[in-house]
Design a protein around this ligand. Structure first.
Ligand SMILES: Nc1ncnc2c1ncn2[C@@H]1O[C@H](COP(=O)(O)OP(=O)(O)OP(=O)(O)O)[C@@H](O)[C@H]1O
Ligand SMILES: [Mg+2]
Length: 499
């Protein structure tokens, strides 16, 4: 191994109005090594990535590649210096094809300077194959699932020949199999001598793939070194400033009457014959692989899609939900997985986002009452330890994890009877995760009924009273809390139910 960093950042500072996002930060990336960048929501990780890719200019500091100073005044400069990134929110274009999205801006051209579409499609296909994906490069992006879109973003980053590859939470939307495939690619990049910066809130992944770590806290670099020499607890202490209890705060709650009953619910293409009953105070988990139909089932309870047959009963009465508006009126809310696209209005301030669906409550007199809106927002901001300069800043200026906290707060503020959470702690740091879990548990204690989709086994096992496992759109069994363990759930989810 060479001891000379491939890339070094020294004394980097960056401020936004009211926030010092990075404060005199140093970090070094080495050839053939993966460095994990770890830190709470809002610690400054994505800001560093945006400086490294020429999206933001830093206020102070220098960047060196191969020991020589470089300066990036735009994204092309960074690409020319050999830096590529998979961003936390990659901008892709719904109306363009998969191949166009991958090669936009750097498509292979013919000698006459025309884009050679046949070559573009062929290269896209080869790139997707190397990611073990069989997505057709000619499909429109809008026809892909969330996980597939994410693979396209990864393929786009790898389509330029880069020596420094940055991945900002690349695994958030991927299933375990896709994560494995991605890690194979990362290993290949390592053997090619590339330097990789890997950002994730998942410690198991960090320990699996990374060689080095760097911890940020409140915009400062507070520790770095070789991962082999450090325990997870010590890293958590560095990032949060205290140790974090890992126990799940599930309260023992006596379940009340059945509030919601699903009978043979069936969708024309996504799921079939789903039946369960949800009781007051119950946390009902839904587990399964990405693509098993979990989100689709929940979306149908919220009126986003319509079933082709089956029944829903709310408090014993049969109901039909034709739209999200009808669901909200009936006391059912759904916090989607992809909260950026479906969850928040990025241009509006935090407090308005939180009060948006509860306007009828905050404006009894018919006026919008800003004081009430603020009070409501402050309550959730405090509970979730929201990191923001003020409640009046646009949600778009928040870090990824903090945007998610706003969306969860916004739906909780409607005080629903039935709360459907889709991957509630995806992208949320370990300290805030415990706060979100404690809050979910308290809500159940107050008599709310909760349906929680999660791919994280510790979360599903730690929080649920019962778990429905879905496989390929069908129920693969409902398991009670006392029978929940990782092996049983994974076997049911994968169909590998051998005794
Ligand atoms: N364009 C912007 N305008 C104003 N403030 C911003 C902007 N971008 C980032 N910030 C602020 O800078 C700080 C660091 O944000 P950043 O996105 O780097 O955090 P992060 O470590 O990536 O967090 P997460 O784990 O939630 O993704 C936050 O306080 C955020 O609100
Ligand atoms: Mg981020």
């Amino acid at each position: 191994m060479s001891d000379m960093p491939l890339l070094e950042m020294r004394g980097i500072s960056k401020s936004f109005p009211g926030v010092r996002a990075l404060n005199d930060v140093n970090i070094a990336l080495y050839p053939g090594k993966v460095t994990a960048l770890i830190g709470e929501n809002g610690a400054g990780k994505s800001t560093l990535v945006k400086i490294l890719t020429g999206i933001y200019a830093c206020d102070e500091g220098e960047i060196y590649v191969d020991g020589g100073p470089v300066s990036f005044s735009n994204a092309q400069d960074a690409i020319d210096a050999g830096v590529t990134a998979i961003h936390q929110e990659t901008v892709l274009f719904d109306e363009l094809s998969v191949a166009e999205n991958i090669f936009l801006g750097h498509a292979p051209k013919s000698r006459l300077g025309l884009v050679n579409w046949r070559a573009v499609n062929a290269r896209a296909l080869a790139l997707l194959h190397s990611l073990e994906s069989n997505i057709d490069p000619r499909l429109r992006l809008k026809d892909l699932s969330i996980a597939q879109r994410h693979l396209v973003a990864i393929a786009r980053a790898l389509s330029v020949d880069a020596r420094i590859v940055i991945m900002d939470e690349p695994t958030a939307a991927l299933s375990r199999k896709e994560v494995n495939d991605l890690f194979q690619i990362v290993k290949r990049l390592k053997t090619q001598g590339k330097a990789i910066l890997f950002i994730s809130h998942k410690f198991d992944e960090v320990y699996e793939i990374a060689d080095h770590y760097a911890v940020f806290r409140d915009g400062k670099a507070v520790g770095s070194g070789e991962l082999a020499n450090v325990e997870q607890n010590d890293i958590v202490k560095l990032m949060v400033g205290r140790s974090v209890e890992h126990a799940f705060p599930k309260l023992d709650i006596a379940l009340g009457k059945t509030v919601f009953a699903v009978e043979n619910y069936t969708h024309p293409t996504e799921f079939r014959d789903i039946s369960f009953e949800l009781r007051q105070g119950e946390i009902f988990g839904i587990y399964g692989l990405v693509g098993a139909g979990r989100s689709e089932v929940c979306q149908s309870f919220f009126g986003i899609t319509q079933p082709s047959s089956g029944k829903l009963k709310l408090d014993g009465q049969e109901i039909t939900i034709r739209s999200p508006g009808e669901a909200i009126n009936a006391g059912i809310v759904y916090v989607p997985e992809e909260r950026g696209r479906h969850g928040a209005v990025l241009q509006l301030p935090i407090y308005q986002n939180i009060s948006l669906p509860s306007l009828t409550r905050t404006s009894r007199s018919g006026f919008l009452n800003a004081a009430n809106e603020f009070a409501l927002a402050r309550k959730y901001a405090e509970r979730f330890d929201l990191r923001a300069a003020a409640l009046s800043v646009p949600v778009g200026t928040l870090s990824g994890g903090n945007q998610q906290k706003v969306v969860i707060g916004k739906w909780l503020a409607t005080q629903p009877k039935i709360l459907i959470l889709d991957e509630p702690t995806k992208g949320i740091d370990i300290g805030s995760k415990a706060a979100v879990h404690a809050f979910i548990s308290e809500l159940a204690g107050e008599g709310l009924s909760i349906i929680m989709v999660s791919s994280e086994l510790p979360e599903i096992i730690g929080m649920s009273d019962r778990v429905l496992v879905m496989r390929e759109g069908l129920s693969a069994g409902i398991y009670k809390r006392e029978n929940l363990n990782a092996e049983t759930l994974v076997r049911a989810a994968t169909g590998n139910a051998s005794k």
